[in-house]
Design a protein around this ligand. Structure first.
Ligand SMILES: *Cc1c(COP(=O)(O)O)cnc(C)c1O
Length: 334
């Protein structure tokens, strides 16, 4: 038995996006609502944390420590999980304390997390290691939640997410793609745990469609290699090791040139289209970029018109309220 807590709201719904599909002239678009996983505004880290927090409990930890960007969704959800299960929480964030905490950073504070500011991003790993050492020395029994929750333990969450999806789409088994079963998963990929879990889960639970990660901030080859290694490592938790090669991992890194967290016209257009045609909220950092990539691929004819593309929504909407995006989001209205 793999230790796991159950606090996510599962299964998350799969909904059609008929107005957006019609606007684009196909393919058929679906959305898997992992922005509704139920922990502190939801998002993809909830599924990972069910396994990570269980592991921390099993090790007798008392403090969860993790790291991320100022507007990290992973840090917000880890802080919420810590509060929910009675851990202390320390977050190592890159940058300097802003004059006013907004959005995810504001929520980190509400959950009672202690923030350690690491300054320049290059310093973050070292400050994180020092923070863990200090917590150990002080007897605070730390558990290091890996960056993005993307260890084999965390990635298990997304392997089982495929099992969940296969049950939801059971009527599809053996049917033709034209009947609306997802031929593709498209989603934001960054620290790789989501994609590694999906790739592994597809193999284990028999999903035959394609799994395309839109890179948020990593070069294509680096992310393919990382996801393949993580999926292989995670497979050992479920049975005999399965070896995945980087070439089996589909990554499109064509949409991240602007850099992490930079909202360009492409993300803004995606956010506005999803909002105006489906009443759906994307986030400025991850899902906005992944959706912008998906829209561009659709317009280039990358997917077949009669295919079904499932956009796996990974959450992140609190960042819509971060100060730095306020003026940019509504600029150049469609
Ligand atoms: C962390 C995150 C991702 C990326 O997931 P990885 O498992 O790190 O690749 C995507 N979307 C949102 C909203 C996230 O917070």
């Amino acid at each position: 038995m793999i230790p796991r807590l159950h606090f996510a709201h599962l299964p998350t719904p799969i909904e059609p996006m008929p107005r957006l599909s019609a606007l684009l002239g196909g393919p058929r678009l679906l959305v898997k609502r992992d922005d509704q996983t139920g922990l502190a505004f939801g998002g993809n880290k909830t599924r990972k944390l069910e396994f990570l927090v269980a592991e921390a409990q099993g090790q007798g930890a008392r403090t969860l420590i993790t790291a991320g960007a100022i507007q990290s969704n992973h840090c917000r959800q880890t802080a919420a999980a810590a509060a929910r299960f009675g851990f202390d929480c320390t977050l190592v964030l890159s940058g300097e304390p802003p004059a006013q905490a907004s959005a995810n950073l504001l929520l980190d504070g509400l959950f009672g997390a202690q923030i350690v500011w690491a300054g320049a991003r290059e310093r973050r790993d070292r400050v994180l290691a020092e923070t863990v050492e200090r917590a150990q020395a002080e007897g605070r029994e730390p558990y290091l939640v890996p960056y993005g929750g993307s260890s084999p333990t965390g990635a298990l969450g997304y392997a089982f997410a495929v099992e969940e999806l296969m049950k939801q789409t059971k009527p599809c088994e053996g049917s033709e793609p034209s009947q609306g079963c997802p031929d593709w998963f498209v989603f934001a990929s960054s620290s790789g745990g989501t994609q590694a879990g999906l790739v592994l889960g597809a193999r284990v639970f028999g999903y035959r469609g394609k799994i395309l990660g839109i890179s948020i901030d990593e070069p294509q080859r680096a992310l393919q290699e990382h996801v393949a290694a993580l999926a292989s490592g995670t497979s050992e938790r479920l049975g005999p090791r399965i070896e995945f090669t980087p070439d089996e991992v589909l990554v499109d890194a064509g949409y991240c040139a602007a850099g992490y967290g930079v909202l360009t016209a492409a993300e803004r257009e995606a956010i506005q289209l999803f909002a105006k045609y489906e009443g759906l909220l994307l986030d400025p950092v991850y899902t906005g970029r992944a959706a912008a990539g998906m829209l561009d691929l659709i317009r280039k004819g990358f997917f077949g018109k009669d295919e079904t593309v499932l956009f796996w929504h990974t959450g992140g909407q609190p960042a819509l309220f971060a100060e730095q995006y306020q003026s940019a989001l509504l600029a150049a209205d469609l």
